[in-house]
Design a protein around this ligand. Sequence first.
Ligand code: HEC
Length: 111
Amino acid sequence: MSLLSRAILLCTLWLLPAQPLMALDIDTAREKELETLLYQDCGSCHGMTLKGGLGPALTRERMNTYPRDGLARLILQGISGTAMPGWEGLLSEQDARWLADHLQNDNPLAR
Ligand code: HEC
């Protein structure tokens, strides 16, 4: 993402009304999209069942070593210096929180 679009994104985030911190009000259609994204897009590196590939396995055990909002931030920002991209351009904070929650609680991969 260019510096300009990142700056624009930051401004937009700044102008959004404050969201309740713990809210996970994602509608069912978006949940389906996010689930598809998780197993296909994230899966392209982390494995279709998230057991690992280019990226490490995203097990429930490992995901619960992060606080949920910290995991959401990691998904949005990526891990600099590695192949893990940031998803800020594609995902809202709500989306990232939903994914983090899903990885911590509903991911079939226990460890
Ligand atoms: C282009 C490949 C690629 C894609 C696509 C990708 N990742 Fe990653 N991811 C990586 C790599 C490589 C790492 C390990 C980085 C490191 O060395 O710390 C990583 C690390 C992570 C970690 C930290 C793992 C740990 O053990 O601490 C999480 C969580 C994560 N990715 C989630 C996601 C999610 C969620 C998506 C989809 C929204 C995604 N990744 C998409 C390559 C990718």
